[in-house]
Design a protein around this ligand. Sequence first.
Ligand code: FA5
Length: 352
Amino acid sequence: IKEASKNKMSNPMNTVQEIRNAFLEELSTASKEEELESVRVAYLGRKGKIRQLFDLLGTLEPQEKKQFGGAINQLKNDLQVQLEEHLAQIKSKNENASKNKEDFYDYTLSGKPFAIGHQHPLSLIGQQLYSIFRNLNFTIMDGCEIEDDYHNFEALNIPKWHPARKMQDSFYITENLLLRTHTSNVQIRSMENMKPPLRIVSINGRCYRRDASDATHYPVFHQIEGLYVDKGLSMADLSGLLVEMMYGVFEKEVEIRFLPSYFPFVEPGAETLISCPFCGKKGCSVCQRSGWIELGGSGMVHPQVLRNVNIDPEVYSGFAFGWGVDRLAMLKYGVEDIRMLMDNHIHFLEQF
Ligand code: FA5
């Protein structure tokens, strides 16, 4: 343009053509919106090349002025149209690129493993026990884990001198409140609220004792407590129920054996054993070659306990049992250490 100005626009139309060519070349290399904007400013901006061409008009003869003016206007319009078209192209290219990025899905990639939880052996055995006792028409009861001295001990005929009452054996909250040491408190609470005949069971009730933990003991454990109060019940009925319960759990006939034992709230009281469901009494590692496995206590409800809840022992009798569910689950699923049931490791739980 400067050359043209010096030469007094010897050939103004050549200058217009040169600017058009230069513009087209720059336009062809612009691939981003910012680059396109620089081209626009250089040609169509306030100090751009088109403006400078208009400034030259004054140096021309009137005839040339008309022809050259028309050519500059034409050039200006063409550049504007081309800029807009190019801008539209860049925008659509960008849009397609980001769309492709979003749509991209590699179907050959392996999926991410999604870890889900697993039912605990105690829950599995709990569900089994639940359905056994529902089928036998027992009412499913809970009971409080924080219990008062009366329901945990006194009403169960557990005298003041009983070792379980000592601070070192039970978790006391206040002088009168403690974490229940067994589920037998459910017996009292049920008999207080229901009239005989009554059949109740508390499944997987959490109990607390200040026991050191080893392979078969833990300070928190679970018991199943059953109670049946009616006219004319005997140890034979208790035995029949326990056989039925074990058949439901192990899907095998087992025998029940009572060994005389002392629990203040039953008379007679018994340590209760089942014939080993794994070897059929022949002797194996599970039953320590004895053919029998001990699961908990049971017996006929003590007349004084019935009196404590206003049930006449001359009319009604009852039987009760309280077994460790953790021990039952260990036996059923072959778990060697009770602590494994407490750790909740997913790899352990996934086996059941
Ligand atoms: C009782 O708790 C009585 N209430 C059972 C009972 C109920 C007798 C009804 C008569 C009539 P015992 O203290 O023996 O009894 O406990 C019963 C079972 O609970 C044990 O055989 C054992 O399987 C389980 N158990 C007791 N302490 C622990 C512990 N620290 N860890 C795991 N299991 C335990």
